[in-house]
Design a protein around this ligand. Structure first.
Ligand code: CU
Length: 137
């Protein structure tokens, strides 16, 4: 019985650590899903129904529907490489849009990491830590 429980636990642990494929489908003109949650090391694939891309860009350009990129991942149409997949190795929150359809608001957000890692990463980006001198020992 102990062996069975150990085997099941090992299997579950393996499942959680195993790298997965995650597909984002691009339609005219939206992503499904437009909010994706993956783990570090997972492969993100684009299935494009039409002429689309998944292009990482900075949040300010994402908000303003600008057709640009920030040098991060870019797959699909007009990509520097001809891949339709990428792997993100760092936890965080990533903004992306479709480069050809940026102006019509075809965009999404990719969260990478466990929920705790993502939260930590978001906190690091959006809040600064103030060290008060009277608290330094
Ligand atoms: Cu598009």
């Amino acid at each position: 019985m102990k062996l069975l429980i150990l085997s099941v636990l090992t299997l579950i642990t393996f499942q959680f650590n195993a790298q997965q494929n995650y597909t984002i489908t691009a339609y005219d003109n939206y992503f499904s899903p437009d909010t994706a949650y993956v783990n570090v090391g997972d492969t993100v694939r684009l299935v494009s129904i039409g002429y689309h891309s998944i292009t990482e860009l900075d949040s300010i350009d994402w908000v303003n529907n600008v057709a640009t990129d920030n040098g991060g991942f870019w797959i699909g149409l007009n990509a520097p490489t001809f891949e339709d997949w990428f792997v993100v190795n760092q936890a965080g929150k990533y903004y992306f849009n479709c480069n050809p359809h940026a102006t019509v608001g075809m965009k999404g957000v990719l969260y990478v990491g466990s929920s705790m890692n993502v939260q930590e990463s978001i906190s690091n980006n959006e809040f600064s830590v103030e060290i008060r001198e009277d608290k330094v020992i």
